[in-house]
Design a protein around this ligand. Structure first.
Ligand SMILES: O=c1[nH]c(=O)c2[nH]c(=O)[nH]c2[nH]1
Length: 301
């Protein structure tokens, strides 16, 4: 049809795979669980316009390929490296495929310790998740975004919020003493040109996570004062760019999860509960939404 433009992609979402690697010498097992979503950018327009499926990679084949490639990876690898393996396969194996977008979320299985000893084959579920989005072009060009989801952080003091706009709808009192709680979701982009060495992505993930946590809390003794979620978020992003040189930009989403002071006044008695920075009502809804992206000049997120 004249005067219209068709843009399309297809793939398979939420392909779940668990992979065990067994070391026969030591008896130690490694384990990961991944949730993989794949979108292919391919020349299959006639499937849409002419009922001709001859250029389609079936989404069922896409799903099977996840298991084939998981089997072929003989050593444990990061979500980023597995996404690159998949993206390279689809863009090089199929003439029709010009690009592949791979998203993976890793479930946080952690090795269990029994009597202080790492268990050979026992794991328990942790909290925050390691994520990635990799775009592979037919030329082999790569874009890698890594991320962390569900990093729940809370401090019981060293947080306040003052000096904001006051109008007829404002009830919130100013304070220099409150709880600060959030569930950090971060995504960051890398600057590398060529494929990095193995372990690179795991190491950078640990680096970024450590900076986010250290900057949120400050020193173990005394902490650091937060004048707002916005300010703390900015310092966290700035410290990641300062301390992890390969990261060119970072996006942080930090909901402000409120802990409301509990005051129970009474008509008949002096007061039932008087708030003294001690008893709170934890709430999920509603929550503040605060997010920002910090980039080195000339990089894009
Ligand atoms: O750190 C905060 N930032 C806000 O934008 C905000 N708004 C609000 O009601 N409380 C807070 N706290």
């Amino acid at each position: 049809m004249d005067g219209v433009k068709l843009e399309q992609k297809h793939g398979k979402a939420r392909v779940r795979v668990g992979r065990v690697w067994r070391d026969a010498k030591t008896g130690t097992h490694q384990f990961v669980e991944w949730n993989v979503s794949i979108s292919l950018l391919s020349d299959c327009l006639s499937a849409y316009t002419n009922s001709d499926n001859s250029d389609i990679v079936a989404t069922d084949t896409i799903k099977n390929t996840v298991y084939v490639k998981a089997k072929e990876c003989r050593q444990q690898l990061s979500v980023e490296d597995f996404a690159i393996v998949l993206g390279k396969h689809f863009t090089s194996f199929y003439q029709q495929v010009n690009g592949a977008i791979i998203n993976i979320v890793e479930k946080p299985w952690e090795r269990i310790h029994v009597d202080g000893q790492p268990h050979e084959h026992g794991f328990k579920l942790g909290s925050e998740k390691h994520t990635t989005e990799v775009v592979v072009k037919k030329s082999g060009a790569l874009q890698v975004i890594s991320g962390i989801e569900g990093l729940s952080l809370l401090k019981t003091t060293q947080s306040g919020f003052e000096g904001f706009i006051r109008d007829k709808n404002t009830m919130l009192p100013e304070t220099r003493e409150r709880m600060l709680a959030t569930e950090v979701a971060a995504k960051w982009r890398y600057a590398f040109e060529t494929l990095p060495a193995s372990n690179y992505f795991m190491e950078r993930y640990m680096d970024v996570k450590k900076v986010l946590i250290n900057t949120f809390f400050g020193p173990a003794k005394g902490g650091v004062y937060s004048p707002s979620v916005q300010s703390t978020l900015y310092h966290m992003a700035k410290d990641v760019l300062a301390r992890v040189p390969d990261v060119t930009s970072i996006q942080l989403k930090m909901p402000n999860i409120h802990f409301l002071p509990v005051n129970l006044p009474s008509k008949d008695y002096p007061v039932i509960v008087k708030f003294e920075d001690d008893v709170y009502l934890p709430t999920d809804e509603p929550h503040g939404t605060i997010e920002a992206t910090l980039s080195r000049i000339q990089s894009k997120m």
